[in-house]
Design a protein around this ligand. Structure first.
Ligand code: TRP
Length: 362
């Protein structure tokens, strides 16, 4: 039996597209859950580098570098490659094959109605000239997930539409090829003989973190992000420059609800009593300036990022890149055991079991 098959913990699959460094929005949306679940689950974290090509096919060198950087972010955050498996999408052929099969199970118009794709087309200004592969990535994401037959998919809220589509693909596959009754409860699909479980999204404690502009979702393209790799000085500068939503004197009552700095206070100050006190004094106008609130938030963010900075510093050299590539290789080799097993099960269910093959991975 393979190593992968011997592991009895339920599996998690999630991932990131390498488009740049990770920021606080990624942290509260999904990274935090990944860290928390590393022991309880058999975790697979996917580098969705194929997806990066859907909008940047002309930038292979950037995509390669972003892929390495994202692994550095993961390791810095505390993802432990001895416990969790880091997977390079382009070296898991089962994902590409399953994408084809799932593409036949999802109506074209259903894919094009996916609200996350629509939002991305607007946000990235893709107009109507995006590649064929762009909407295809949403089908590919079903395969990313289902190749690992996971129970849970930790993601930010913006990904929930994709997970819903993945659940539909799983149900349809199991109904078409494994005789699973369509009335079966989602949690029972595997028990009812389906190859694929119907996995659940696990949304982070803060699904959508506002950017430093105070209005949009934190994202690289909007230039409103605080990166996990930012220096203490950068954090101070970015939070220090945030508009608190109103203009007031420290002794005038303030509105906590319209001040985005309080969103960060809630997200990053661990001591709830301290947050409550800040809010209360701010509301009363009890000699509490915006600078004071910001200073407390800056401290909290830096306290969170300090250990990450330390772990990242150890990787910021030539050896660091080699270490990262080694982690990718080892993880991807292990991931292929699971993904090939899934593909084999899927093909058998589809009457495509004309032979077996094994992957040679070096
Ligand atoms: N689309 C996701 C994002 O942009 C990244 C991703 C690719 C993913 N494949 C996945 C997330 C599978 C969860 C599961 O963030």
């Amino acid at each position: 039996m393979s190593d992968a098959a011997q592991t009895h913990r339920p599996r998690i699959l999630t991932g990131d597209t390498p488009t740049g460094r990770l920021h606080l929005g990624h942290y509260v949306g999904s990274l935090e859950n990944r860290l928390r679940l590393q022991d309880e689950y058999d975790c697979y974290f996917l580098l969705a580098n194929m997806h990066a090509f859907t909008t940047r096919a002309d930038k292979p060198a950037d995509i390669r570098q972003d892929t390495i950087e994202i692994v550095k972010d993961w390791l810095a955050v505390g993802i432990d490659p001895d416990r969790s498996t880091i997977v390079l999408q382009t070296e898991v052929p089962a994902i590409a094959e399953l994408t084809w099969f799932f593409a036949m199970l999802l109506p074209f118009n259903r894919v094009m109605r996916n609200p996350t794709l629509k939002t991305e087309i607007d946000a990235k200004g893709l107009g109507d000239t995006y590649s064929f592969g762009f909407p295809m990535y949403a089908v590919g994401q079903c395969a990313d997930i289902l190749a690992f037959r996971p129970e849970l998919v930790p993601v930010g809220v913006d990904q929930v539409a994709h997970i819903e589509m993945c659940r539909e693909a799983a149900r349809r596959f199991d109904q078409f090829y494994c005789n699973v009754d369509p009335r079966t409860e989602d949690e029972d699909y595997a028990k009812a003989g389906g190859v694929f479980p119907v996995p659940s999204a696990l949304v982070g404690r803060i699904g959508r973190l506002v950017g430093t502009d105070g209005s949009n979702k934190m994202s690289k393209s909007l230039n409103n992000a605080i990166y996990l790799s930012d220096t203490p000085k950068q954090v101070k500068k970015k939070i220090g420059a945030m508009y608190p939503g109103q203009s007031r004197e420290p002794n005038e009552p303030g509105n906590v609800e319209i001040n985005p700095v309080f969103g960060y206070a809630e997200a990053f100050i661990k001591d709830e009593a301290q947050v409550d006190e800040l809010k209360e004094r701010y509301r009363r106008g009890d000699n509490l300036g915006d600078g004071h609130v910001k200073a407390a938030v800056i401290d909290a963010v830096n306290e969170l990022l300090d250990p990450m900075r330390e772990r990242r510093a150890a990787l910021e050299n030539k050896d660091g890149d080699e270490r990262v590539i080694e982690v990718i290789r080892a993880g991807t080799a292990k991931a292929n055991l699971v993904a090939e097993e899934t593909l084999h099960m899927a093909k058998r269910a589809m009457g495509l079991d004309f032979g077996t093959r094994s992957l040679a991975w070096k």
